[in-house]
Design a protein around this ligand. Structure first.
Ligand code: NAP
Ligand code: MG
Length: 401
């Protein structure tokens, strides 16, 4: 059989622990036999980040900017405990995902992989709901304070020109708490563009919700910028594809989402996205079945699994045990990246391969063969057989071939 050819490489960011082991297995069994894979390889494993003073993470992010598509393995974000586990670490290196997101100015989209025999808690959800969470500002870059006596708080902005703007926040008659939040037009605009770009690439409707009836200026600015971007840049393409941009209040959106069939992208402000992404993820079933895509305002995409490096399984693997770690999200990161590469480069066979890889993985699950984390989630009566990761990947490979 002839292997599928690629023209442009994609950026491959290797990672840590159990997911690094899965990474190698997925490539060896599911990609390399079928595709003449071209990648620019960056080892984001903790020890190489340490050896390069984390330069490798910056280089990988810049390569993604240049080549337009990346696929990333889960990586360790060191904490105090990891500093003890890896005494050679010279610094508590920052989260690679944070570094990459800052360089790409990107928004992360999280989508569940849906199979018919894992019923979402919300029984009318038939298709995935993808959550786009704005990742800058609001409560996460706020200042808080407490005061003890009666008095008045004001909010003052001092411009570089010397001009000032002051508002009374409130006059209180006793102890009180206060918070100052901000966001930047540039960040909101980048968020909006990433959302419209991703909706077009997925051919899905985009929903956006805030509370602009209450926060008329603050949330109003989010609503205005989204509308402006839609009207000026994206409306024509949305209409061409029969897609809708739908704005509604956050409380109305929650009620509609719960009653929907799914199958759309829901963009949310930072806090709303924090809350709703965990709600939607839990209702769809499993972290091991969650994928994530980082999308920059100009359409660069970095695909990954939402879960971490699955440390506990790795320790068992090091002892020589076969683990039943779920590779679905890692496979879908690869298939997503290959499909995107194929679309950008005009390679329909590569797009078709990505689709077939996803279909073969889903069919394997539908045949009842799965990693053991999924057994408790299967509908009663579904004949499920738990296998280790390697056997699971072999089953998928057999279907692909
Ligand atoms: P985790 O790696 O996602 O694992 C948490 C638990 O969830 C696992 O112990 C396992 O439960 C279950 N699980 C997650 N993914 C699974 C899979 N594919 N198959 C089967 N079970 C799965 O989260 P963590 O333990 O909090 O973090 C471990 C490391 O990952 C940390 O160093 C953290 O910094 C890093 N991390 C990286 C990323 C990223 O790169 N995007 C994201 C999150 C965390 P059982 O052990 O009960 O089977
Ligand atoms: Mg959260």
């Amino acid at each position: 059989m002839e292997k599928i050819k690629m023209t442009t490489p994609l950026v491959e960011m290797d990672g840590d622990e159990m997911t690094r082991i899965l990474w190698g297995m997925v490539k060896e069994k599911l990609i390399l036999p079928f595709v003449e894979l071209k990648t620019e390889y960056y080892d984001l494993g903790l020890l190489n980040r340490n050896a390069t003073g984390d330069q490798v993470t910056i280089d990988a992010a810049n390569a993604a900017k240049r080549l337009g598509v990346a696929v990333k393995c889960a990586t360790i974000t060191p904490n105090r405990q990891r500093m003890e586990e890896y005494p050679e670490l010279t610094e508590m290196w920052k989260s690679p995902n944070g570094t990459i997101r800052a360089i790409l100015d990107g928004t992360a989209f999280r989508a569940p992989i849906v199979v018919p025999w894992i019923r979402p808690v919300v029984k009318n959800w038939e298709q995935p709901i993808t959550i786009a969470r704005h990742a800058y500002g609001d409560m996460y870059k706020a200042v808080d304070m407490m005061t003890e006596e009666p008095g008045t708080a004001t909010l003052t902005f001092r411009g570089e020109s010397g001009a000032e703007k002051t508002l009374v926040v409130q006059t209180v008659d006793g102890p009180a708490v206060w918070q100052g939040q901000h966001n930047k037009d540039s960040s909101i605009r980048a968020f909006a563009r990433s959302c419209f770009q991703y909706a077009l690439s997925q051919r899905q409707d985009l929903w956006f919700s805030t509370k602009d009836t209450i926060a008329k200026v603050y949330d109003g600015e989010f609503k205005r910028i989204f509308e402006e971007e839609f009207e000026n840049t994206y409306r024509t393409e949305f209409e061409k594809l029969g897609l809708t941009y739908f704005y509604t209040l956050i409380d109305d959106a929650v009620a509609r989402v719960v009653r929907s069939k799914g199958g759309f992208i829901w963009a949310l402000k930072n806090y709303d996205g924090d809350v709703m992404s965990d709600m939607v993820a839990a209702a769809f079933g499993s972290l091991a079945m969650m994928t994530s895509v980082l999308v920059s305002p100009d359409g660069v995409m970095e695909f990954e699994a939402s879960h971490g490096t699955v440390t506990r399984h790795y320790y068992r693997y090091l002892k020589g045990e076969k683990t039943s770690t779920n590779p679905m999200a890692t496979i879908f990161a690869w298939s997503g990246a290959l499909k995107r590469r194929g679309e950008l480069d005009g390679l329909p066979e590569l797009v078709r391969f990505g689709q077939r890889l996803e279909a073969a993985s889903l069919e394997t699950l539908e045949s009842g063969v799965m990693t053991r984390d999924l057994l408790p989630l299967a509908e009663p009566g579904f004949a499920a057989r738990g296998v280790d990761s390697e056997e699971f990947l072999n089953e998928i490979a057999a279907r692909l071939a």
